[in-house]
Ligand binder design. Structure first.
Ligand code: GLC
Length: 743
C-alpha cells in the first residue's frame, strides 16, 4: 500500500473519530450531562441567600434571579386565553401600559368544542409568541381540570368532562406555547373541581378514578408534551394541601413521571415552610403575607423563614438546591440565562397581529355549536331580512377582561353586535335592546354560596326589548351567562344551571312579539333550556369567543362558515340529573368533598345509567349532513401489538362544504370490574366538500382498552370481546364493530 493511500485511510479514520466524538455531543445523554454541569457550576457560585431568593416571588408575577450570575428574575403570566396585562409589583392592579394589549383567544372550553388538534397547536403558538414578546418565561396555562361539577366557576376556562379530549388538545397547546421559547405551566394539579371552599377542602376520590379521569391530562402534559412547569391546586388531597402533598408531588409527579421541571405554587397556595420545602414544590408565589397592606415577599414561607430553618438545620440545604436546580434547568432550556435584559419597547408590534387574530377567529368559528336548526332556518340570508333586532346585553358586552385570572386586556374585542354590523353593513337595519342588565356585584371568593342573586328581571328593559322585537323582521337573541361573580368566573360557583336574570321569560316574551327568533347562548358551562326551546327553530351555543368573537358568530349565522363545533361537556336536562349531585357530594361539607360518582363523570354516567341528557357529549349539528360507512377493524387484536388500526368512510351527503368531528368510543363487552358504558378513545375531524367522501384512518393505543387496577397498582387490560363505536356524538353512533383482544 503506498503512502498516499495510507495517508488518506488515516485521514478518513480521523474524520470518523472526530465525527463520532462530535456526534456523541449531540446525544441526549451528552446534552443532559452538559446541562447538569452548567447547573452545578451556577449552583456552586450561589450563596444560600441567593438560592433561597430564587424560591419565592419578588413581585406579584416574578420570582428572584441572581443578576450577577446572569440568572434573570423569572416572569410569569396568566393565562390560557392570552397574556395578562402588566401589573404593579406589589399587587394585581394594571400598570395601564400603552403597549401590553394582546390577542384574547377563545376560552379553552371553546377550543375543546372545535375537536381540532391543529387549532390547539396554533392557539398555543399564538399565546406562546405573545408571551415571549411580553418578556415572560412561564405562561400559566393550560388548566386541564376535568368538569366534575358544571357549577364550577372555572368550567369555562377548562376543556372538558372527558380526560381523552382534554389530553389530546392540551398536548398540542403546550407544544405550541413552548415552541416559542416560553414554558407552559399545566394546572391545577389536581382534583380542583369547584370554587366553594376550594382553599381548604380536601378532594377525595378513589385511586382508579384519580388515574382514569383526573390524571390523564396531566400525564399527557408532562410525558407527551413535555410541559416545563406545573401548578398544584388550591385544594387538599387526603388532607394535605396539593403544594405539600408528597404522594402527588414527590411519588407520582417527580417519581413515577420523572418530572424535572418547575413546580410553581398557585397564588397564595402555600401555607407553611417546612412541610412544603421538604416536598417537590419549587417556587412560592402570591402568598398573602403582608406588612402595612403590602405583600411582604421577604416574609414568605420560602423566604426568611426558610433561611432560618436551613440555618438551624431543620431543613437540609439539599432541598433548597434541588429546587434551584429545577429552576435553573428550566431557564437553561429556555436559553434565558446570560442573555441581555428583555427589551419591551418593540413588543407592541408583536401582539394581536393579523396572523394571531386570524387564528383567534378560526378557533371561535369552529367552536360554535349548532344545537338546533329546524326547518333550516339557518344560515340566514342577508337579502331576506332587512330589519333585524338584536336582543340581549351579551351581544353588546366585551368579556375579555372578565372571568378571573384568565382575563386579558385585548387589543380589541368584536362584540356580537359589532360583528353583525360588520357582516351586514348598511344593507340591513340593526336595532339593539339589552333586555336585561349585568349587575356585576362583587362577592368574596370561594366563600360566597350563591342562592338567588340572579333571579330577577328588568321590566322596563324587557318591555323595550319586546317593542324592538315587534318592529323587526328577524330577532337574534343573544343570551347565556357572563363573567360575573357566580357565573362563568373563577373563585365562585354558579348557584344553579339556569339562565340568569329570568332570560327564559324574556325569550318567551320576545318570541311572542316576533316568532321569527334565533337564540344564541353564550355560555362556557351548561345551562338548562327553558320552555322556549321546544318552539324555537334555531339555537346556537358558544363559549366566550375572544377578540374576533362577534365576527365569528356573524359569519356562522349568515353561512360564511358552516358550524362544526361539538359539545365537550354533557348538557343535562336539569342540574339534579348530574352525577356529582346524584351520587357524589357537591360541594361537600366544607372540609371534605367525596367524588362518590367515581368514574361516572359526564357521559360516562349518562350512558351507563341510560339517563337522557338535553344535549349529549360530542353533540353538534351542521348546515350539511354526513354519512358514515365501511368500518374496518381487525376481528382480533393480538396483545403483543401496541396499536390497533381503525378505518371508516365519511361522506358529506349535503349540498355545502362542512367539517365533522368523528368520535371513536370503546366498550368492553365483559369485564371483571365496573367499566363505563363507553369511553372516548379517538377522534378525527375532517372537512368535506358537498358529496365528497374521505377514508378516515387512525389507530387506538393499547391504553384505550385498559383500566387502572388499584390492587396491582398498574394499568391492565383483559382478554375478551370489545365493541368499537364510531359516532357523530356519544349517542349518535353510526358504526359499530366487535373485536377480540387475545393475549
Ligand atoms: C389564580 C389561579 C391561577 C392563576 C394564579 C395567578 O388564583 O388559581 O390559575 O394562574 O392565581 O393569577
Amino acid at each position: 500500500m503506498n503512502r498516499r493511500t495510507l495517508t488518506s485511510i488515516v485521514a478518513v479514520a480521523m474524520v470518523a473519530v472526530v465525527a463520532l466524538t462530535t456526534a456523541g455531543c449531540n446525544s441526549a445523554e451528552c446534552k443532559k450531562a452538559s446541562e447538569n454541569r452548567k447547573i452545578e457550576r451556577l449552583l456552586s457560585k450561589m450563596t444560600l441567600e441567593e438560592k433561597i431568593g430564587m424560591l419565592h416571588a419578588n413581585r406579584m408575577f416574578s420570582s428572584t434571579g441572581v443578576a450577577r450570575l446572569g440568572i434573570p428574575d423569572v416572569w410569569y403570566a396568566d393565562g390560557p386565553h392570552g397574556v395578562r396585562y402588566e401589573s404593579v409589583d406589589n399587587g394585581w392592579t394594571s400598570l395601564n401600559w400603552e403597549n401590553d394589549a394582546c390577542t384574547n383567544m377563545p376560552a379553552l372550553s371553546a377550543l375543546a368544542a372545535t375537536w381540532n388538534r391543529e387549532l390547539a397547536l396554533q392557539c398555543g403558538e399564538v399565546i406562546g409568541a405573545e408571551s415571549k414578546a411580553r418578556g415572560k418565561h412561564v405562561q400559566l396555562a393550560p388548566g386541564v381540570n376535568i368538569t366534575r361539577s358544571v357549577l364550577n366557576g372555572r368550567t369555562w376556562e377548562y376543556f372538558s368532562e372527558d380526560p381523552y379530549i382534554t389530553a389530546e388538545l392540551a398536548v398540542p397547546y403546550i407544544q405550541g406555547v413552548q415552541s416559542k421559547g416560553v414554558a407552559a405551566c399545566v394546572k391545577h394539579f389536581a382534583l380542583n373541581s369547584q370554587a366553594i371552599d376550594q382553599y381548604w377542602i380536601s378532594s377525595q376520590t378513589d385511586e382508579r378514578s384519580l388515574r382514569e379521569i383526573y390524571l390523564p391530562a396531566f400525564d399527557a402534559a408532562i410525558n407527551r408534551a413535555g410541559a416545563m412547569a406545573l401548578m398544584p391546586a388550591y385544594n387538599k388531597i387526603d388532607g394535605l394541601w396539593c403544594s405539600e402533598n408528597k404522594y402527588m408531588i414527590d411519588t407520582l409527579l417527580r417519581g413515577e413521571w420523572g418530572f424535572d421541571g418547575v413546580v410553581v405554587s398557585d397564588w397564595n397556595g402555600i401555607h407553611n415552610t417546612v412541610s412544603t420545602a421538604t416536598t417537590g414544590t419549587d417556587v412560592e408565589m402570591g402568598t398573602a403575607i403582608k406588612e402595612n397592606g403590602l405583600y411582604a415577599f421577604h416574609n414568605y414561607y420560602f423566604s426568611n423563614p426558610l433561611l432560618e430553618k436551613v440555618k438551624d438545620g431543620t431543613v437540609s440545604e439539599e432541598y433548597v438546591d434541588a429546587k434551584v436546580r429545577n429552576i435553573l434547568r428550566m431557564l437553561l432550556r429556555l436559553d434565558a440565562i446570560g442573555g441581555k435584559p428583555y427589551d419591551t419597547l418593540g413588543m407592541g408590534a408583536k401582539l394581536a397581529t393579523p396572523q394571531h387574530t386570524a387564528v383567534a377567529r378560526k378557533i371561535a368559528e369552529e367552536s360554535i355549536v349548532l344545537l338546533k336548526n329546524d326547518n333550516n332556518v339557518l344560515p340566514l340570508n342577508p337579502q331576506q331580512y332587512k330589519k333585524v333586532a338584536v336582543i340581549g346585553v351579551n351581544a353588546n358586552t366585551k368579556f375579555s377582561l372578565g372571568g378571573g385570572s384568565p382575563k386579558v386586556k385585548a387589543k380589541y374585542e368584536v362584540t356580537v353586535l359589532e360583528g353583525l354590523r360588520n357582516r351586514l353593513g348598511d344593507d340591513v337595519e340593526i336595532n339593539f335592546a339589552p333586555g336585561y342588565k349585568l349587575l356585576n356585584r362583587q362577592f368574596v371568593p370561594a366563600k360566597h354560596h350563591f342562592t338567588n342573586e340572579f333571579d330577577r328581571d328588568f321590566p322596563e328593559l324587557a318591555a323595550e326589548a319586546v317593542e324592538v322585537a315587534k318592529e323587526a323582521e328577524l330577532v337574534i337573541f343573544v343570551g347565556g351567562l357572563s363573567h360575573e361573580h357566580g357565573m362563568d368566573c373563577e373563585g365562585y360557583d354558579r348557584p344553579n344551571m339556569k339562565l340568569p336574570y329570568r332570560q327564559d321569560e324574556l325569550i318567551a316574551k320576545v318570541k311572542k312579539a316576533n316568532p321569527n327568533t334565533v337564540v344564541v347562548l353564550m355560555a362556557g358551562s351548561p345551562v338548562e333550556m327553558g320552555e322556549w326551546y321546544d318552539t324555537t327553530d334555531a339555537v346556537l351555543q358558544c363559549s366566550f369567543l375572544g377578540t374576533e368573537g362577534g365576527n365569528a358568530l356573524a359569519r356562522v349565522l349568515y353561512g360564511d362558515v358552516n358550524p362544526s363545533g361539538k359539545l365537550a361537556n354533557t348538557w343535562s336536562v336539569r342540574l339534579e340529573d348530574m352525577p356529582d349531585i346524584k351520587f357524589g357530594e357537591y360541594p361537600g361539607n366544607g372540609k371534605e368533598v367525596h367524588f362518590n360518582e367515581g368514574l361516572l363523570v359526564g357521559y360516562r354516567y349518562f350512558d351507563t345509567y341510560d339517563v337522557k341528557p338535553m344535549f349529549e357529549f360530542g353533540y353538534g349539528l351542521s348546515y350539511t349532513t354526513f354519512a358514515y360507512s365501511d368500518l374496518e377493524i381487525a376481528p382480533v387484536w393480538n396483545g403483543s401489538e401496541e396499536e390497533f388500526e381503525v378505518a371508516f368512510t365519511i361522506t358529506n351527503t349535503g349540498d355545502r362544504e362542512g367539517s365533522e368531528a368523528a368520535q371513536i368510543y370503546v366498550h368492553q363487552n365483559e369485564s371483571s370490574v365496573m367499566r363505563p358504558e363507553k369511553e372516548l378513545k379517538g377522534f378525527e375531524k375532517v372537512t368535506l366538500a358537498a358529496g365528497e367522501s374521505k377514508r378516515v384512518q387512525t389507530t387506538l393505543s393499547r391504553r384505550a382498552l385498559q383500566w387502572w387496577n388499584a390492587e396491582k397498582d398498574c394499568w391492565i387490560d383483559e382478554a375478551g370481546k370489545f365493541t368499537l363505536l364510531v359516532g357523530a356524538s356519544s349517542r349518535d353512533i353510526r358504526l359499530t364493530g366487535e373485536f377480540e383482544l387475545v393475549k
